[in-house]
Design a protein around this ligand. Structure first.
Ligand SMILES: [Zn+2]
Length: 407
């Protein structure tokens, strides 16, 4: 539901029903083993700027929503949308969404461009300006389609079932979310990246053996052509049911030893075995329900008490709904990240257990940190609030502790 504010993050590593090996940009503790390399000033600077960019993106989105509500432009734009749609309600909702998304893009494009430049400044990107621009356009269009569908459902429910709209919309959202998690690897991700089945027989055999030991089967392993855009490496478990697959970046396949890749595969298999994608959807369902409840309360307050809108289904109230949900999402972030870090530790432990030695896990983590300019040891607050993965130094420490316990 953060979709409307700021830029749309539809990149693979940002997709909620997707478990990558590390945070998209940042990674990273308490007691670092003496051998662990220390974060370079460069990596500190890069990650600090990335964080501020994320915060700025959030603030800009919030500012836009507040400006719309305070100035009353949300109502002016609604009237405009109705006129442009010849007073056709459903069509006007779509026009309204288009205007809001265009405004959000206009407000956020400067920061997006700065992010693009930043990756180049730190030698982490292979993407040309033109390709970036095409990606931005694709992101906008894909986002527009999703948001129009979601908002149309929302206002249909508000109009037809004003009493129970929030519960009904939540149920539809849940269905859409499961569908999206299933379709994303075959429909959504290929819009932005090329994927092909992994050809390496040795690696495939290793995965089959890992799966057999776990008493499970992953249907596919795919090479993810990340190198055309980025110098970073990553891997992830994505999809649901028949689309469940592990994706490995070509930047990882080319530079890591078979043992290191096996360690990464074992981590991803850990997510599969522990059903993390399904659990993630369940948690998302709970938080979304809470969000809808709060949105319903805020909407009634604005209509019944403040008389800001004549009725619930006046779509000029969309910025208010997005504002409520955005603020709640921001407040829920530490809890959701703590849940994610718990899952990541579980997947790491699964990997330790399934591979012959933790050494390749340790070396792959070090390589990933270096290649992605990740922070091995962010501050406690930064890790607690922003990181979906435990700090690399903590993951390394856990591996060392495991190795020691195993003798
Ligand atoms: Zn993971």
């Amino acid at each position: 539901m953060l979709l409307i504010t700021g830029s749309l993050h539809l990149r693979v590593s940002h997709f909620p029903a997707c478990k990558p090996i590390m945070d998209a940009a940042a990674m990273s503790s308490a007691t670092i083993p003496a051998t662990a390399p220390v974060d370079s000033p460069e990596s500190r600077r890069y990650n600090r700027i990335r964080r501020w960019l994320g915060i700025a993106d959030f603030v800009v989105g919030l500012a836009l929503l507040v400006i719309l509500l305070v100035t009353g432009w949300n109502g002016t734009l609604r009237d405009f949308a109705l006129r442009a749609a010849f007073q056709h309600y459903t069509l006007a909702v779509a026009v309204y969404v288009l205007i809001l998304l265009a405004l959000a893009k206009l407000f956020g494009v400067g920061l997006d461009y700065y992010s693009f430049r930043l990756e180049h400044r730190f030698h982490l990107s292979n993407q040309r300006l033109r390709a970036w621009f095409v990606d931005e356009a694709k992101e906008f269009l894909v986002g527009l389609i999703f948001v129009v569908i979601i908002v149309e459902v929302l206002y249909f429910m508000l109009r037809e079932f004003p009493q129970h709209w929030w519960l009904l919309t939540w149920a539809v959202f849940l269905g859409l979310f499961v569908l999206l998690a299933q379709l994303a690897p075959v429909i959504l991700f290929p819009i932005f990246y090329k994927f092909e089945p992994l050809q390496d027989e040795d690696l495939k055999q290793r995965l089959v053996r890992l799966g057999e030991r776990a008493g499970t089967r992953v249907r596919g392993v795919y090479k993810w052509n990340l190198s055309e855009k980025s110098k970073k490496a990553n891997a992830a478990l994505t999809g649901l049911g028949s689309t469940r697959r592990i994706i490995l970046a070509d930047t990882l396949l080319e530079n890591y030893s078979p043992d290191e890749i096996e360690a990464v595969l074992a981590h991803e298999l850990g997510h599969h075995v522990h059903k993390h994608i399904l659990k993630g959807i369940a948690v998302q369902a709970g938080t979304t329900l809470l969000g809808f409840w709060a949105a319903n309360w805020a909407l009634h307050y604005a209509v019944d008490r403040l008389h800001m809108f004549d009725e619930l289904s006046d779509f000029a109230n969309l910025p208010l709904l997005v504002l409520v949900v955005t603020v709640l999402s921001f407040l829920a972030l530490p809890a959701l990240n703590a849940f994610s870090r718990f899952n990541e530790r579980q997947a790491d432990r699964y990997a330790f257990k399934s591979i012959a030695s933790v050494d390749p896990f340790i070396s792959s983590m070090n390589k990933l940190a270096e290649q992605n300019l990740a922070e091995r040891k962010p501050s406690r607050f930064v890790e607690w609030y922003f990181h979906s993965h435990p700090a690399i130094s903590r993951r390394l420490e856990a591996a060392h502790v495991w190795a020691k316990a195993e003798g």
